[in-house]
Every structure is written in structure tokens, then in C-alpha cells.
Write a new protein. Sequence first.
Length: 340
Amino acid sequence: MRKRDSVAAYLVSAAIHRLQDDPQQAEQLLWAVDIDPALLGDPLNRVPADAVVRLWLRLTELLGDEFFAFDSAGLPRGAFAMICRSLLHEPDLGRALRQCLSGLNLFLKDIRGELLVRGKRAAIVLHTTISDVRIRGVAEEIYLSLVIGVACWLVGRRIDLDHTQFGHPRPPHGADPLLWGPWIEFECTQTAVEFDAAQLALPVVRNFASLKQFLRQAPEGLVVRFRNRDGLSAQVYRLLKEACDMQWPAQIEMAARLGLSESAFRRQLEREGFSYQALKHEVRKALAFEYLNDAALSIAEIAARCGFQEPSAFHRAFRQWTGMSPGRYRSALCGEPANH
């Protein structure tokens, strides 16, 4: 973990919600893990990731709950490891995801996940009965981060999300497209993440020998990979997105610009769940959605701006990302229901 790795303060505030009736205990706990309580006054502040990992471990021990008491039933200590062990018997991601969600559903009462497959699209859909609006959104984010984190580890690669719907209003901090995909919506009827169903066929490549290390590093890995907007991948993403006319430098040039050797650059991106090529692909997708919001641009112009040689190639790619054509997506923006 690098010193610059950090986590948004709103997540830390939500994680200690169970201690809100004992502010003195909450403050003592924060100081014990080297977190200044004053940082939590602004949800947009950043908290050092290594301190958040220490808080994660302390809270789990204090509450006896690996889900920070967001759920009325809770996730008892050891349950996460037990669920992970059960997944190693599954041959592919699809079956492992179903088993993971079933395992969590055995313990949790207020958040229940379901894997749905509709044609070429797959979605993890949450059914949530948490009434406290202060923690509901964060609880759903952490639940999905746990599931996605395990899924990525099982198949040894990042799972590409294309569309995320949140049931809560847009928070001040927004949402991270590197985590939730380029198409993010708020105030939807339910929370769900959608992706290409072809990824369900990815084989499970982990075994029991690698499980112990994963569990030991799980807090750090989940914090860094899924909550670190100051990480190297986020920096590279911003630089690529700001480049004029998609004149992107080669990997060795980008590494040098950031003061890293090419090998160190590649290793750090892999640690965060990305490759340079994958980040370029994510930027291309993000630009496509932004351009489609501009009615003055034709689909052909957008295809060219996103680096597609032919509009037909852009149509195929966009349909793979969303299950609909670019034109159908534009119609949905105008209020027409989107077909998934």
C-alpha cells in the first residue's frame, strides 16, 4: 500500500455508524488507528488507506461483524472465509457468483443479492430493506464491493461493469466510473450492477493454497482496489481522458511521465486491478457515454471521436456494453424506457 492511497471520508463515517450513540468511543477508536476525527466533518475529505484498513480490522473485532453492523442480522466473524472456501469448488464465475450470493443470503437479512441473466446481459440485483437512509447507500456499495472483489480474485482478472443503478440519490462525492462502469444512474427502483454475461463463463483459477493469502490481504486489497481515487489507475485514467483527440502515449511514455519504470507502472496497475490497455478501453467507453449526451453530435461523429474506424464497430461495441444500440440509449435519455 502506498502512502498516497486514500479513501473517501463518507465511507469511514458510515462504517462507524453503530458507535454514533457513543461519540467518545468512536473518537477514541479513530485516534487509535491514526484517523483524525475532524477529517470526517466533510464527506469529500480523504482518509489514508492504511488507517482505514486498521479501522476495518478493529471494527470487525469490536462489533463481531464482518459487515460493520449495517445489517440487522450481521455477518459473524469467519463467515466471509467460509463463503470464500465454498466458492473454490465451483468451475466458473457464474456458479461461483450464485454460490457467493447464496452464502451471504444465509447470514444477512436486510440486503439480499440475486444474479439475473437476460440474454447477453447479466446483473447482480440487490433487494434492500435498510430503512436508515444515512447508511443504506454505503451498505449497498460495500456489499457489492465485497462480491465483486471476491469475483475478481476468483478468476484472476477484473470484472468489467458497464451499467450501475443505485436506489439512493446522487451523493456529493458522486460515483467512481473505474469501479461502477461508465453508465451510472441514481434514484432507480433498485440497486444493481450489469455486465456482459460472457464473463460468467470465466474459469475459477484460485485454489485453497491461495485462499489464506487472499483472506489475510482482503481488507487492504478491497480498500485499495475499490476505494482509492488517488491510486495510479485513477491518475492514468484522468490523464488519458484529458488528452486531446485521444493521442495517447505508449505505456513506457506514460510510466515515465509519472516517474515510474515501465515494470513498476505495470505492477502497480495490476495490483489495482487494471492494465494500461484496460484503462484506455474504460476511457473510450466513458467518452462514448459523454458524447451521446450531446445531441449535436451524430453517432458517426461519436464513433470517430472514440477511436472506432467504422460506425458499425461502435454500434457492436456499445451493444455489447449496454445491450442496446447508441440510438436506443439516446432515446432512453429523453425519457423513453430502455430495453435491456
